[in-house]
Design a protein around this ligand. Structure first.
Ligand code: HEC
Length: 233
């Protein structure tokens, strides 16, 4: 290869690396608001056991205002109605969980239009009290991230001044409050996180795809050399 060719290769190679670095690792155009999570609760957020406890905490403290439709959690006032169990079974899809190696139904995913039609009174009531309908939290982890959620749930006014979401945890009186909030964040995360087997499958797919391109690229490169040799270059 000539010196010019070498320079060109280095230049374009570098540009490609820079491109992927900006897209995947450090994107200066993405919003970068940092919300801190104290070290002592950081491990809770990634812990699947904490997520299970977080689900119960969520039902106790949050489900009076928020649903998590993707995980079969609906407003307490709606879920308590005698006809709801039947609506779930007729219109919903079962959501399974694995318990002691067996698949069990832990709830039903009911389409949004059906749920909102049934819950209209409750949702309007909440809107009248809080100025807006408290959002369904099925995908909130993806849009807000762990740090934001942790800080927001612990102290809504600090993160979103003027919000009508009430403060529900008081570390001044409840020493366990930060842990409880972290468990709820862990739960919200688990709703958006694929199960471990699925994660392994996706990672494998990624590696195989990239491997395919690398091998094909290499073969094409050899083939190109052969063709050029045939053509007398
Ligand atoms: C008494 C009703 C009520 C309860 C209980 C409640 N929330 Fe909320 N929540 C709201 C309202 C109202 C909003 C909309 C606030 C806004 O957009 O200003 C909201 C918004 C949110 C948001 C979205 C914030 C954003 O950035 O858009 C999250 C996350 C949230 N709540 C989590 C929780 C969790 C977790 C719990 C339980 C620990 C909980 N909420 C309990 C009323 C409630």
């Amino acid at each position: 290869m000539s010196a010019g060719g070498m320079l060109k290769t280095i230049f374009f190679g570098g540009l490609t690396v820079l491109f992927f670095f900006v897209i995947w690792i450090y994107n200066p155009f993405a919003p970068h608001e940092e919300y801190e999570i104290p070290d002592e609760v950081k491990t809770i957020i990634g812990d699947p056991k904490a997520a299970v406890e977080g689900r119960e905490l969520f039902k106790q403290s949050c489900a009076s205002c928020h649903s998590v439709r993707y995980d079969g959690i609906y407003l307490t006032s709606v879920a308590a109605r005698p006809e709801w169990a039947n609506i779930e079974k007729v219109h919903g899809k079962p959501i399974f969980e694995e318990k002691d190696g067996k698949l069990q139904i832990k709830g039903y995913f009911v389409p949004r239009d059906v749920y909102e039609a049934v819950a209209i009174q409750d949702l309007q009531g909440l809107k009248a009290s809080f100025g807006k309908v408290p959002p369904d939290l099925s995908t909130i982890y993806l849009s807000r991230g762990a740090g934001y959620l942790y800080q927001f749930i612990l102290d809504p006014q600090k993160v979103l001044p003027g919000t009508s979401m009430p403060k529900l945890f008081f570390p001044e009186y409840d020493k366990e409050a930060p842990q409880k909030v972290a468990k709820i964040v862990s739960y919200l995360r688990s709703v958006n996180d694929p199960p471990p087997a699925e994660k392994v499958k996706r990672t494998l797919m990624g590696v195989v795809t990239i491997g395919y391109f690398v091998v094909m690229g290499f073969l094409l490169w050899i083939y190109r050399k052969k063709l050029l040799a045939k053509m007398g270059y």
